[in-house]
Design a protein around this ligand. Structure first.
Ligand code: BEZ
Length: 223
């Protein structure tokens, strides 16, 4: 099983933009690999269109996106026309990110993206809706695994990217429902004698019944 912090497996795949070697394709970018049960299905079409509309947001964060669905390249290419239409783009618009053709679900199995509860007409488990975030060092940083019947919230994916990128640079953690710019928590592992030096902008200790001063808020660091 792949653990957060592991090097994300490298793989070669056929995509709508040709063959790729995943680590080379990533280069110095962050990457999001998101999987789909199959082409020409309603929820998947809405998700891929949403990713297309959010591309400027991913670019701002130095993130490349790549989809995966267990059909062929020619099927993906046909499906892209529907996705573009649903996303509000005309047919001439070039589909802006690659989709992996995982016809036999070999990559989905290798990356443990299967949904054993949803079966195709032949009784074979479908690929689930996984989201894997990989950083520029090729480290596996985050995973979501949604069942085939539940579409993902891509605003949440942008939110966690903001948190990952912020907490890589500043000694903070982001609390419940945090959004970029909101107050953050001082890392509980930061020694007490370093708190003032690391956070000259100030820290608010929230009093709690335990009397333990572990819940310290600070304004969102500028990165
Ligand atoms: C969909 O994308 O709509 C879908 C695909 C497989 C199972 C359920 C829904």
């Amino acid at each position: 099983m792949l653990l957060l912090g592991d090097v994300f497996p490298n793989f070669t795949a056929s995509t709508t933009e040709g063959e790729i070697v995943f680590h080379d394709w990533l280069g110095d970018s962050w990457g999001i690999l998101f999987s789909h049960p199959s082409d020409f299905t309603p929820v998947c079409t809405t998700e891929l269109a949403r990713v297309m509309n959010l591309l400027p947001e991913f670019k701002k964060r130095n993130v490349k996106v790549i989809g995966l669905s267990c059909d062929s390249i020619s099927s993906h290419t046909e499906w892209c026309k529907d996705i573009k239409c649903y996303g509000g783009y005309n047919e001439e618009y070039k589909f802006p990110y690659p989709i992996i053709a995982d016809n036999d679900r070999a990559l989905a199995r290798k990356l443990e993206m299967m949904d054993m509860d949803e079966l195709d007409p032949a009784g074979i488990p479908l690929t689930a809706r996984a989201v894997f975030i990989v950083d520029p060092n090729k480290k596996f940083r985050l995973s979501f695994l949604y069942p085939a019947t539940t579409g993902r919230n891509f605003d949440e994916i942008l939110r966690v990217l903001d948190s990952l990128q912020l907490t890589d640079k500043a000694k903070v953690a982001t609390p419940v429902d945090w959004k970029m710019g909101d107050d953050c928590m001082v890392l509980p592992t930061l020694p007490e004698d370093q708190v003032t030096k690391v956070f000259p902008q100030g820290v608010t200790v929230v009093p709690l019944p335990s009397g333990k001063n572990y819940l310290k808020k600070t304004s969102c660091p500028k990165i």
